[in-house]
Design a protein around this ligand. Structure first.
Ligand code: HEC
Ligand code: HEC
Ligand code: HEC
Length: 444
């Protein structure tokens, strides 16, 4: 008995140390730019062009033009506009496992929007995630990123929003269940994961890199979708940009890893993708990324796109097994007869897809219909392929061709079958999704 006591004490100490390490790993995460090394300095101490504000092309523009540019670079419209709703009037639902949250109205209406807010209240909401009555806001408003925006830029956004037509539209309450309904918990969350700190450039890096960092980390909030989350739902900056989730879609690895990330993309391809939503050989941006491009990156100046690309290229590679190597050359058999795979999926592909995409997957009409070489088709969860089939891709307003939605014409089982056929024929590892998976995606 006595001999066992020291052993028990040792064991208890080991357990305590283990728990402390786990808690520390969970609660203390590297800052957005710590991967870059170097010294982060105050904006005023940075030698070189300021990385904040509008790009040089807009230096002489009026205040509202500048505010509009920053509002678009921060993509406030994507979340604060409901499908077919008035811009910025809110009401767009975000479905989470514990309930649905709706974005509020941020038009200048004094009763239902933010027309009566003071500048200080607006700054506090965007930087700290605190609402007008002092209530904590959920990080569905990406304040963990926006906290990096300068006061001047947030107020320029405010001035632009204040110039828009006021829309009278009441906010919808969220349907969060207990304990997620407790807003004060977000105060704890913020204390650890959204420190109230503005952007600090890295002294050793040039002005273009720092401008890219500001646009990607603060305004563009790319990490909110592309960085995996910890169990506490914080961006896991140890695996920065290694791939995350957005409304049922996979937001792929955009680190410099050549196989699982975008390390093999030429800088020009990345610029083209962010500017037009399509890069030859890499496919199209669909779903949430299509919105990012349409409402935000496609409206940015060439110098800003170049800065973002220069910055992205320096994010350290993280290899992820969820995004396996891309498939080799496209199938050359140009007919249905010899195509293998699930017969039900093949029949559907023949009837609904082959006329546009061709049996080789190289696209029958336009190059953006190519099914080979893009990440979605090589993703064995088939999440994005199934979402594209459900929702379609592109829009009739585009210069490019677009793909219709098959939401109402096919059952869950049919969409699963044709998704599995597409990944098997054109990707590196076939998916095996079922009707139940598609049902879940449909509800997103
Ligand atoms: C990813 C989606 C998303 C983006 C992008 C986004 N918001 Fe929001 N925003 C939300 C959600 C969701 C809420 C509600 C949070 C809550 O109820 O706790 C919110 C709340 C707000 C509020 C508080 C309004 C109120 O009535 O309490 C303001 C102000 C706001 N957002 C401004 C902005 C601005 C300005 C931008 C762009 C710089 C922006 N948001 C971008 C999702 C977003
Ligand atoms: C609202 C969530 C969201 C945000 C914000 C977002 N992305 Fe994406 N991104 C996605 C999704 C989802 C995909 C996959 C799209 C597809 O399959 O067509 C994607 C795809 C990409 C790709 C292509 C990756 C590949 O391997 O095909 C690049 C590059 C990219 N995003 C860059 C960015 C950059 C840069 C930003 C910030 C300016 C950004 N994204 C912001 C969701 C997002
Ligand atoms: C009317 C022509 C048309 C039909 C029919 C069609 N597509 Fe498409 N598809 C397109 C176009 C055009 C695009 C590129 C859309 C864009 O620009 O966003 C596309 C994109 C895609 C993508 C994304 C490719 C990428 O680069 O990431 C997938 C996957 C896809 N289609 C699968 C299918 C499947 C499966 C079917 C049958 C159920 C189908 N499509 C039917 C025209 C079509």
């Amino acid at each position: 008995m006595i001999a066992r006591r020291p052993a028990l004490l040792l064991l208890a100490a080991a357990v305590l140390i283990f728990l402390a390490v786990v808690a520390w790993r969970l609660l203390v995460l590297p800052s957005a730019l710590s991967f870059a090394g170097g010294t982060e300095v105050d904006l005023s101490a940075y030698v070189g062009a300021s990385p904040t504000g509008v790009p040089a092309e807009l230096a002489g523009a009026d205040e509202l033009t500048k505010g509009k540019y920053l509002t678009e670079a921060s993509d406030c419209a994507a979340c604060h506009t409901a499908k077919e709703g008035k811009p910025y009037a809110g009401g767009r639902p975000f479905k989470l496992p514990f309930g649905t949250i709706y974005t509020p109205n941020i038009t200048p209406d004094r009763e239902t929007g933010i027309g009566a807010w003071t500048n200080a209240e607006f700054l506090r909401a965007v930087h700290k995630g605190i609402g007008r009555r002092g209530e904590r806001l959920y990080p569905a408003l990406p304040y963990a990123s926006y906290t990096l925006l300068t006061d001047a830029d947030v107020l320029a956004i405010r001035r632009y929003l204040a110039s828009l037509p006021a829309v009278r539209q009441a906010n919808l309450p969220n349907t969060f269940s207990f304990p997620f309904s407790q807003r004060w918990l977000m105060g704890l969350w913020s204390a650890f994961f959204s420190p109230n700190k503005r952007f600090r450039p890295v002294a050793e890096r040039d002005a273009q890199w720092n401008r890219g960092a500001y646009l990607v980390e603060a305004a563009g909030h790319c990490g909110e979708c592309h960085t995996p989350r910890t169990v506490a739902q914080a961006m896991d900056t140890r695996r920065k940009f290694a791939g995350g989730q957005a409304e049922g879609w996979n937001a792929y690895n955009i680190t410099a890893d050549r196989l699982s990330g975008i390390g093999a993309w030429a800088a020009q391809d990345l610029s083209t993708y962010l500017t037009t939503g399509y890069a030859p050989g890499h496919g199209v941006a669909s779903g949430p990324m299509a919105e990012v491009v349409e409402l935000s990156t496609s409206r940015m100046t060439p110098s800003d796109i170049a800065a973002m690309v220069a910055y992205l290229k320096t994010v350290p590679p993280v290899s992820t097994k969820e995004a396996p190597a891309m498939a080799g050359p496209a199938p050359t058999i140009a007919s249905a007869g010899s195509a293998g795979g699930d017969p039900a999926g093949r029949r559907l592909f023949e009837g609904a897809c082959a006329s546009c995409h061709a049996w080789t997957g190289r696209g029958a009409i336009t190059p953006d219909q190519q099914l080979t070489g893009n990440r979605a088709v090589n993703d064995r969860t088939a999440a994005n392929v199934a979402m594209i089939i459900l929702d379609g891709s592109g829009s009739p307003q585009h210069a490019r061709a677009y793909m219709p939605s098959f939401r109402s014409s096919y059952s869950d089982a049919e969409i699963a079958a044709v998704s599995n056929f597409v990944t098997a024929r054109f990707g590196s590892r076939p998916s095996r999704i079922g009707a139940a998976d598609v049902k879940k995606m449909r509800d997103q």
